[in-house]
Design a protein around this ligand. Structure first.
Ligand code: SF4
Length: 94
C-alpha cells in the first residue's frame, strides 16, 4: 500500500465518521463533551481499523433518520451512550 493509498484511506474513514456523527445527530454533543479530544481520537482510531467502510457508506446513503448506528459500526456503543445522554438531557426534570 502506497503512502497515497494510506492517506486516501485515512481521509475516507475520517469522512465516514463525520458523516455518521452528523447522520445520528451526535456531532455537536460529542464536540462539547469534557473529554471530547480523547473520545474523538479513540473513535477515529476505531474508524481507521473498520473493515466495513463500503457498508458504512451504503448505510449512510440509505438511512434518513436512523435511531442508532448500524450494528457493524465499531463506534455503535459510543454513539449509543451519547444518544442516551442526549435523551436524558431533553427529559423534563422530575
Ligand atoms: S461503520 Fe462506524 S466504525 Fe466503520 S467507518 Fe463507519 S462510522 Fe467508522
Amino acid at each position: 500500500m502506497s503512502v497515497l493509498d494510506i492517506f486516501s484511506r485515512l481521509t475516507q474513514q475520517a469522512d465516514l465518521m463525520d458523516a455518521m456523527m452528523d447522520k445520528l445527530g451526535v456531532a455537536n454533543e460529542m464536540r462539547h463533551m469534557p473529554d471530547h479530544a480523547a473520545v474523538l481520537r479513540r473513535a477515529a482510531n476505531r474508524c481507521l481499523t473498520c473493515e466495513k467502510p463500503d457498508s458504512c457508506q451504503h448505510w449512510l446513503n440509505n438511512e434518513s433518520h436512523p435511531d442508532e448506528a448500524p450494528a457493524f459500526c465499531k463506534n455503535h456503543d459510543l454513539f449509543e451512550r451519547v444518544l442516551d445522554q442526549m435523551d436524558k438531557e431533553t427529559q423534563p426534570a422530575a
